[in-house]
Design a protein around this ligand. Sequence first.
Ligand SMILES: [Zn+2]
Length: 397
Amino acid sequence: MDKINVEHMLAIEEPFMKVPLEQLKREVRQSQKLAEREMQQAHLALAGLAKKQNSMDSADYTEALNGLISRLVALKQKLEEAKHKEAQLIQRSKQRATDLNELNDFTSTTQPEFQRWSRTRLERVLIDYMLRSGNVNTAKLLMEKGNLEHFADSSLFALVMSTERELREDHSCHGALSWCADNRSALRKIQSSLEFDLRLQEFIEMIRAKQNPEAIAYAKKHLTSWSDTQLPRIQRAMTLLAFPPTTTCPPYRHMFDVTRWSDLAHEFRQVIFQLFNLPSQPLLYLLLQTGLSALKTPACKSEDPGEHNRNCPVCQTDTLGKLAQSLPLSHHSNSNLVCRITGEKMNEDNPPMRLPNGYVYSLNSLTEMSRKLGGKVKCPRSGETYYLADAKKLFIS
Ligand SMILES: [Zn+2]
């Protein structure tokens, strides 16, 4: 029972490893592209200068060379910064791999080392939850307290939050579009239409601002290149030019709807999570659901709150029960009798007691009640009152 299933634990931890590795891949690719582009331009400029060497004024020639040198120095500095960032991500990946690798050394869940590991995991799962929900300051405090900065994906979630805010509150696609430009090939691989959706929104805003000629030029530049996959939507967008923002015609009214900004913010989060293999739900929910699914019984679903067990987290319909709503019922090979009053298990030490009206409660709950009511017990279901001595002990067979 206290054996550790390393394989199952690693399966749920995939994003923990994947995020820094994906970030590293992107950093390397971006600095590679930058170096290639800058070096190519430097070669071309140098070749051009060599050709014009004899015909140029020496002061101009020196100035051109100096310009080229400062450009290369700037490139060197940028590459050094990128190298530093890459080293940080490599270090972060190593630290996470070491942490997960420790699982292979544990032999039992009762080991103090495993308890310490689990405590750290709980803290990083809570940090993940807080960063996702925007409670950044509390997450920071927890990170500092546990020295867990390397286990948190703060920069990724900060980017998600700021881009979502920009879309939802400022109605601006600027940050989201520049992120799309940096990740174009990855977005193409997952066949995402996020960039098109953002471009379409900018086009709609131009029509809303009565800038139709600019909107047509924008569509030619940014929408028509998507005609292979988005032709019907491009056609509808062009028809929108004929409608005012106050239109009541359903498809066009919907295109002018400002709630589309919230949809874009939601889509941005989904896409960036998909690229980094992050689940849409916080890991905290997934772990809690694993436990809740083992506890869910038909009684938890009862409309009558009296049927609920006060010690059962699934029965707490306003808190953990919400997370368990979509979960299937658990399979129980053995049934347990649970006291309706205390939620305690009924067994030989706390036997079930039958009142004269037929209802059954645990001995502990009736004894406690009789102490308060001067030797009497009151049935919570029927309201009838009896002496404790009237209750008959039942035997579980
Ligand atoms: Zn329950």
